[in-house]
Design a protein around this ligand. Structure first.
Ligand SMILES: Nc1ncnc2c1ncn2[C@@H]1O[C@H](COP(=O)(O)OP(=O)(O)OP(=O)(O)O)[C@@H](O)[C@H]1O
Ligand SMILES: [Mg+2]
Length: 163
């Protein structure tokens, strides 16, 4: 048993969705503690609330979703009421989310390389030409051939696995 504080601590979390005039609870009483270096997998039937839980942690719930109860502590901070600009610097730096469906989560109007580069620049890792070079390097790392040309393509020009 570790005595250190968990990196992520979710307690009593509840999320509801507004549907018409009703507020329908999708998840409730979610308690999850994750320690540094620990991997936790959440398993459950379709519609049980796995994606909703992950979206709540990142504060990326759909427009009609609201956190109605509970606490999400990450790295000593309470995320349920953290200002949006603080969430923006946390997303992709402290917490990363790999969405389930790349075709609906990649921006269809932006070239693949621009989308990868945007994350690097938002977090101040690289700028300008250094971003372009790093994007190609990252595409090569995941086994995409002709990475420099591929970076200029749009998501619909990629195969499902490449996306
Ligand atoms: N925007 C929304 N408005 C209303 N209800 C929603 C919305 N998004 C999700 N839900 C509902 O919340 C519940 C949990 O959905 P969620 O997507 O979290 O399930 P999941 O466990 O990730 O399922 P899957 O394994 O199919 O990905 C479902 O009943 C779903 O219909
Ligand atoms: Mg899901």
């Amino acid at each position: 048993m570790s005595t250190t504080e968990p990196v992520l601590s979710i307690s009593g979390l509840a999320v509801a969705f507004r549907t018409g005039s009703e507020l329908v609870t999708a998840i409730s009483d979610v308690d999850i503690d994750i320690a540094a270096g620990e991997t936790v997998a959440i398993v459950g039937e379709s519609g049980s609330g796995k994606s909703t839980t992950a979206a709540a942690v990142n504060r990326l719930l759909p427009e009609n979703g609201v956190i109605t109860a509970g606490s999400i502590r990450f790295d000593g901070r309470e995320l349920t009421d953290l200002p949006e600009n603080a969430m923006i610097s946390l997303r992709g730096a402290g917490i990363g989310l790999v969405p389930q469906d790349p075709m609906s989560n990649l921006n269809p109007l932006m070239r693949v390389g621009e989308q990868i580069g945007e994350a690097l620049e938002v977090h101040g890792h690289t700028h300008g030409d250094a971003t372009k070079a790093r994007v190609v390097e990252l595409l090569e790392m995941v086994g995409i051939a002709d990475a420099a040309q591929r970076a200029h393509q749009y998501p619909h020009e990629f195969s499902g696995g490449m996306r």
